[in-house]
Design a protein around this ligand. Structure first.
Ligand code: GAP
Length: 442
């Protein structure tokens, strides 16, 4: 399958089946804004819950936080975002379309109007979204939507430390929205102006040498690989590590690697891992006048901790998961499309069908099974069309198992369970269904 086709197929499937809709569509849409529909929100929640379980609940050294999106503007002064969170912007001399200088060839014709009139000198453009707090719209009421979730973890470092009594090394994790006034958003949910991040700030004592912080860095690198391999079930040959060159490092970073994924539109950043040194805590300490130090309980030594930051984009994870697990099999009549999603990510885990919807005894039995399984899993109900079409429909949204209640069910209390990936069917006693799925979906 051509990669361009794959992208078109995914965008179309997402719209058709309620994963992702164009934002504000009835008003002609709003460029590069997307809304997650009924199945998209399930997939998204599953990803976030799995991440939270792996990185917060199953670890003793990471705790959670859920902070306000709009913070005191002084945060962004201290973090360096007001001064340096910028992209170089150039404008076409003819049509005035604006581009990121580093994403176009400024000696080529304008992508928008094709003129060869050239571009303006680059201007630095701050990516933070501005708003006003309260009724007056002046300099004193300006505030910003957070461009990363990270800063709240630094600003709340002391409160978290005091209330959890964690010892170094430990981390704070947060999942939430971030906003950037991107000059060139695009590629579906890959680059948008409003997106979600899952981030961890992992604090540790100032390292004695490079080896010491590199050891932490390597541990987190492996943790990120384990997530992609074990939870997202990625073929890791589709993921590449990029050591970000010194001149391209963000203002706070001493070392960054990007995990790049082979998206249909090219190899692009999926996740990042950065060594932020003590940059953020030190700057917040200076700017706020509040001490953000840690006291070693054994030596009584006081210091500002250093930080490793692994960061994951939720929307890019969704797109990569869809690209990774989209499958087409067979030709023409026999062709089937399925999402080979890891069961824990699948919006529905099981679908229940009565063979015929006009046979009350089948419907009643199927309803009872549906209601019982709903106590344990997200379950779909489908009684439209024929069973073949219902399988096709569930395959397309990645439902791992379908149950059909047929006339044999009424005779011997067994049902057909069909596996999404193999399309094979087996008969299972209805009394065993709960334990069968507990086992299969664990
Ligand atoms: N706190 C560090 C930080 O924000 P980043 O590399 O700028 O680092 C982290 O962003 C992750 O957020 C990226 O790896 C990507 O997955 C996601 N991300 C960044 N900008 C995005 C955008 N405009 N649209 C969608 N996801 C984005």
């Amino acid at each position: 399958m051509e990669q361009k086709d794959l992208m078109e197929k995914i965008v179309s499937l997402c719209k058709r089946r309620g994963f992702v809709f164009p934002g504000s569509e009835i008003y002609g849409g709003m460029a590069n804004s997307w809304d997650y529909g009924s199945l998209g929100v399930e997939l998204k929640n599953n990803i976030k819950q799995l991440w939270w379980k792996r990185f917060v609940q199953q670890r003793d050294d990471v705790v959670g936080l859920d902070a306000a999106l709009i913070m005191n503007p002084k945060v962004w002064e201290a973090s360096g975002h007001l001064a340096t969170f910028t992209d170089p912007l150039v404008e076409c001399n003819k049509c005035h379309a604006r581009f990121r200088e580093d994403q176009i060839n400024t000696s080529a014709p304008c992508e928008s109007c094709k003129s060869k009139d050239g571009f303006s000198e680059p201007k630095m453009f701050n990516l933070m979204f501005k708003t006003f707090i309260g009724p007056s719209e002046d300099q004193t009421s300006i505030a910003y939507f957070r461009p990363e979730t990270a800063q709240a973890m630094f600003v709340q470092f002391k409160n978290v430390l005091d209330t959890t009594r964690k010892k170094l090394p430990f981390g704070i994790a947060q999942v939430g929205k971030a906003f950037r006034n991107e000059i060139t958003p695009g590629n579906f949910v890959f680059r948008t102006r409003e997106f979600e991040q899952m981030e961890i700030e992992y604090f540790f004592a100032p390292p004695k040498d490079d080896e010491e912080w590199n050891a932490q860095f390597e541990l987190w690198k492996q943790a990120m690989i384990d997530w992609m391999k074990n939870d997202l079930k990625f073929d890791m040959s589709h993921v590449h590590e990029l050591e970000v060159a010194k001149e391209d490092l963000a203002h706070y970073s001493k070392r960054t690697i990007d995990f790049e994924y082979e998206f249909p539109f090219g190899k692009k950043e999926l996740y990042g891992l950065a060594y932020r040194t003590d940059f953020d805590l030190s700057n917040h300490e200076k700017a706020s006048g509040q001490e953000l130090k840690y006291t070693d309980p054994e030596t009584n030594e006081k210091f500002v901790p250093h930080v490793i930051e692994p960061t994951w984009g939720v929307d890019r994870t969704i797109l990569a998961v869809l690209c990774e697990h989209y499958r087409e099999e067979g030709e023409e009549e026999k062709k089937r499309v399925y999402l080979k999603l890891p069961p824990r990510l699948a919006p529905y885990k099981v679908a229940v069908f009565p063979l015929l919807k006009n046979k009350p005894e089948l419907v009643e039995k199927a309803r009872a099974i549906y209601n019982e399984l709903k106590e344990h899993h997200m379950v779909a109900w489908d009684d439209r069309g024929n069973v073949g079409k219902r399988y096709y429909s569930q395959d397309e949204v990645g439902t791992p198992f379908c149950i059909t209640v047929d006339f044999d069910t009424l005779e011997n209390d067994t049902v057909t369970v069909r596996d999404r990936d193999t399309a094979e069917q087996e008969r299972i006693a209805t009394a065993d269904l709960v334990s069968y799925f507990a086992n299969k979906l664990s």
